[in-house]
Design a binder for this molecule. Structure first.
Ligand code: DMJ
Length: 542
């Protein structure tokens, strides 16, 4: 328990991948490496080596501003920590090792593989919030999870990778790579997920049955799969190859990246990949639905993050090229400037259906502001930083102007004819939304995520103030007896909640809120890449 009491002064994370590769200690549990491969690989793609060239820093130079104690900001950070602690204590008492706590019923639910999603997803937040005893206790429990083939039925490989593998890797990295149990656990989950890539063309099966795999039954990639599920293991698998020296993981995702690269110019909206793709052929060109939001999001988000994690070396330039092409299409064909009563100069990222840009917004797509700002910094593109700013401001505007201060899950707005100029016809006092397709707020993180990136990248403290407004609205309106609960319709007053608190509330939403009120050196964006579930992975060579 005391092992983590004061944290560690320096980290032991490897600067270069270990050689020979580490082999896991499964401690008598099921070893996924013993499952016979139907489609073995002869030669694995290798991580690039060499010394990275100096890059511009991602974060604003906060050192240029004299550091003064800021009680107001500190008290905001403490308020976030209190909300986290309350949820965590109730999870610990009432739903320990289950996937989720029911925040209204106080019961427990299994929703993501029954392995304890909230437990694993929260590990690095516990460390970051300096809850070291709770961290030690949670690790003791999490390292006992059995990821063997006990589950009968399909698992979602994408969710398993971003929450569980991401959770163990993030905890290992933030705590300085001192606890080998965490790395062993990451390998155990990754070996399970890696088995889902054992297909004739080595594309992954996204809804995959672990038992069938163990019984030797062949499973094929779906003919209609979500692009986010097909293409979002890159950051996790790459970090694991960096930490273990085992190139199988990096090889697996490189093959998926190459397919995306080869077909990027042949889709119905060249530059972007549609939401539905056939990974069995593979054919990424048949569908006409495009967007940066739901079901596609992390496929795009991971492109600049891969560049950063690879330190700009080797295939990093492939990720840069794919990202720049995709974003140029996304700006031209998926974004709109909404007509607002106050003539706000903001952007909303929308979709494109069969060549027509939609005028819809989603909470899920609010991550894009942060992604554009990050990509703009990495690739020295000020236009992209400005797009990131306008998209982030669009999400902030939508929160502020929604009746209860929280953006709905899906909505429509009246679009201006271009991104830059607008012939305003919206009367003052009219509703911000022309339609609300889905009024829920399910404790999602994406809006606060973009506020954090904007603050860390521009240094503008206004993003901390916007974040505080969001936190006040969200924490007050979702608070329940045992935690915080999803809202069924944010357009209705008073709002009604229902019995759901997904693991990303503790893994992502509260972590981003906490970090925006912390010293910017805490999980610096120059030292860590955050996966799509906000798990920080250390960038080597730093
Ligand atoms: C999270 O699980 C991840 O951020 C994912 O990429 C998208 N959706 C949720 C949070 O909204």
């Amino acid at each position: 328990m005391d092992a983590y009491a004061g944290g560690y002064k320096s980290h032991l994370c490897p600067k270069i991948p270990p050689s020979p590769a580490l082999t896991p200690d499964t401690q008598g549990r099921f070893n996924w490496r013993t499952v016979k491969s139907h489609h073995p690989i002869e030669q694995y793609s290798q991580l690039p080596s060499g010394k990275p060239s100096p890059r511009p820093s991602v974060q604003y130079n906060f050192k240029s501003v004299p550091k003064e104690s800021n009680e107001r900001i500190d008290s905001r950070r403490d308020a976030v920590r209190e909300v986290f602690k309350r949820c965590w204590n109730n999870y610990r008492e009432r739903a320990w090792t289950k996937d989720e706590l029911g925040p209204i019923s106080g019961g427990a639910k299994d929703t993501f593989g029954s392995w304890g999603a909230t437990l694993v997803d929260s590990l690095d937040t516990l460390w970051i919030m300096d809850l070291k005893q709770e961290f030690a206790e949670a690790i003791d429990a999490a390292t006992k999870i059995d990821f063997g083939p006990k589950i009968d039925g399909e698992i979602n490989v994408f969710e398993t990778i971003i929450r569980y593998l991401g959770g163990f890797l993030g905890a290992y990295d933030v705590s300085g790579c001192h606890d080998a149990r965490l790395l062993n656990k990451a390998i155990e989950v990754a070996d399970l997920a890696y088995a889902a890539f054992d297909t004739p063309n080595r594309m992954p099966v996204s809804r995959w049955n672990p038992k069938k795999a163990v019984f030797g039954e062949e499973q094929l990639p779906a003919e209609s799969m979500l692009i986010a599920e097909a293409a979002s293991a890159s950051v996790e698998f790459t970090r694991l190859s960096q930490l273990t020296g085992d190139m199988r993981y990096f090889d697996a995702i490189s093959r998926v990246t190459n397919v995306l690269d080869e077909q990027q110019a042949s889709t119905k909206l060249p530059g972007m990949w549609p939401i539905s793709v056939n990974m069995r052929k593979p054919d990424l060109t048949f569908d006409g639905f495009f967007g940066l939001g739901a079901m596609a999001d992390s496929a795009y988000e991971y492109l600049p993050k891969m560049y950063q994690l690879l330190n700009g070396l080797g295939p990093a330039t492939q990720y840069q090229k794919m990202y720049e092409y995709a974003m140029s299409t996304a700006i031209t064909h998926t974004m709109f400037r909404p007509m607002t009563h106050d003539k706000a100069d903001i952007l909303i990222a929308s979709g494109n259906v069969n060549g027509e840009r939609e005028s819809k917004g989603q909470h899920l797509v609010c991550f894009a502001g942060g992604m554009f700002a990050l990509g703009g910094r990495l690739f020295e593109n000020t236009t992209h930083i400005n797009v990131g700013r306008k998209l982030s401001n669009g999400c902030a505007w939508t929160y502020k102007n929604a009746p209860n201060g929280i953006m709905p899950e899906v909505f429509s707005m009246t679009a201006c004819s271009t991104l830059s100029v607008c012939e305003y016809t919206a009367p003052a006092g009219s509703s911000p939304f022309s339609e609300v397709g889905d009024g829920r707020y399910v404790l999602r993180p994406e809006a606060i995520e973009s506020m954090l990136y904007m603050y860390r990248i521009t240094g503008e403290s206004k993003y901390q103030d916007i974040a505080w407004g969001m936190f006040e609205a969200v924490s007050n309106l979702t608070r329940t007896e045992f935690g915080n609960a999803a809202i069924s319709n944010v357009m209705k007053t008073p709002v009604e909640t229902y019995d759901s608190m997904e693991s990303f509330w503790l893994a992502e939403t509260l972590k981003y809120f906490y970090l925006i009120f912390s010293d910017p050196s805490e999980i610096s964006l120059d030292e860590f890449v955050l996966n799509t579930e906000a798990h920080p992975f250390r960038i080597p060579h730093r």
